[in-house]
Ligand binder design. Sequence first.
Ligand SMILES: Cc1cc2nc3c(=O)[nH]c(=O)nc-3n(C[C@H](O)[C@H](O)[C@H](O)COP(=O)(O)OP(=O)(O)OC[C@H]3O[C@@H](n4cnc5c(N)ncnc54)[C@H](O)[C@@H]3O)c2cc1C
Length: 378
Amino acid sequence: MFLTEEQELLQQTVHDFAQNELKPRAAKFDEQEYIDKDVLKSMAELGLMGVCFPEEYDGAGMDTVCYAIAVEEISRVCASTGITLAAHISLGTNPLYLFGTDEQKQKYLPKLCAGEELSSFGLTEPNAGSDAGGTETTAVKTGNEWVLNGTKTFITNGSLAWTSVNTAITDKEKGVHGISSFIVERGTPGFSVGEKIHKMGIRGSDTTELIFEDCRIPEDNLLGNLNEGFKQFMIILDGGRISIGAMALGIAQGALDESVRYAKERQQFGRPIGSFQAIQTMLADMATEVEASRHLVYHAARLKDAGKGYSMQSAMCKMYASEVAMRTTIKAIQIHGGYGYTKEYPIERMFRDAKLTEIGEGTSEIQRIVIARNLMKD
Ligand SMILES: Cc1cc2nc3c(=O)[nH]c(=O)nc-3n(C[C@H](O)[C@H](O)[C@H](O)COP(=O)(O)OP(=O)(O)OC[C@H]3O[C@@H](n4cnc5c(N)ncnc54)[C@H](O)[C@@H]3O)c2cc1C
């Protein structure tokens, strides 16, 4: 895959970090259901927590391709860490960068980009998942404050985040055009983090409910224009899908790496199993689909960097790469035989982690709707 010098350098740096520091601990993060804080600190030192934001906000000033590569290389060994980074950048921090006032950007971005703090994005609710425009959380203006009431669920980085951008209804009559976004800081009275959600995969990542009970925030915490929340989150999700595509790509590449290694090592019938054509066929199919995913993910990232439309391509890369991650991890288990079904090897974890990529930031069914709508629009 053709990369610029900067992208290649970033790739090598993140690859070395992931293989040396992350890989030996990924199973532990899965088991203990959290990521040790020092890992996020190391990522911050590498500039990854603000990799694609401008240097004026303490970001690394790199492009979306670099960001995708970072998520890919990290997810190749630890998808829990990959989604923690992706949610922080694409969902929690990007809305502040895209829609924030100068004051809001100055206040929040430097700490978030430097990785001193994490961010989250509260869109999903118990009754508003794929239909995120069906939000039930309300925000009512009272004097110079907004009063929020409602519950968000499945929020990545929920209990760790300093800032959280949340959608709420500000004009019920206007339907999806009556939704706005609000910045809520940790420790705000009336804002609490609900139960930790225990998951089948990406178990090291933090997933919680966020609860607003007469939560009062200053009027200045409105993000962007009033009643433009729906438009905003469609833009945010377009970008976020590239990172979930990159995460899926990383998981699939990781499963392929393990499978090639195992196929060369494992002997049966007096020969390495990689000498059997049945195993070679699986490896060849896996490698081809992984490479195709990479092309789609990087292509969507390049379109974004070029300032071109990329909504359909981000949906395509997310849908395709997530389904490849599922197919690849299933084949990887098969190649590992009984051992692939045990915790002795990372494959069963990768399989569990892969499933999330078909669900988060829009299910595969929703991606197909996005793609079809783009095809048919005039
Ligand atoms: C680990 C994890 C992390 C997450 N992180 C975040 C986060 O940080 N912030 C956030 O806001 N959300 C987050 N989410 C929520 C995620 O985006 C939603 O789970 C997802 O959008 C699906 O919503 P749902 O779970 O309510 O499923 P539902 O919308 O109830 O869907 C159920 C099924 O119905 C299908 N379906 C629904 N509507 C249609 C339709 N119109 N046509 C065809 N099929 C349809 C779906 O594809 C799915 O198969 C996270 C979820 C998980 C599991």
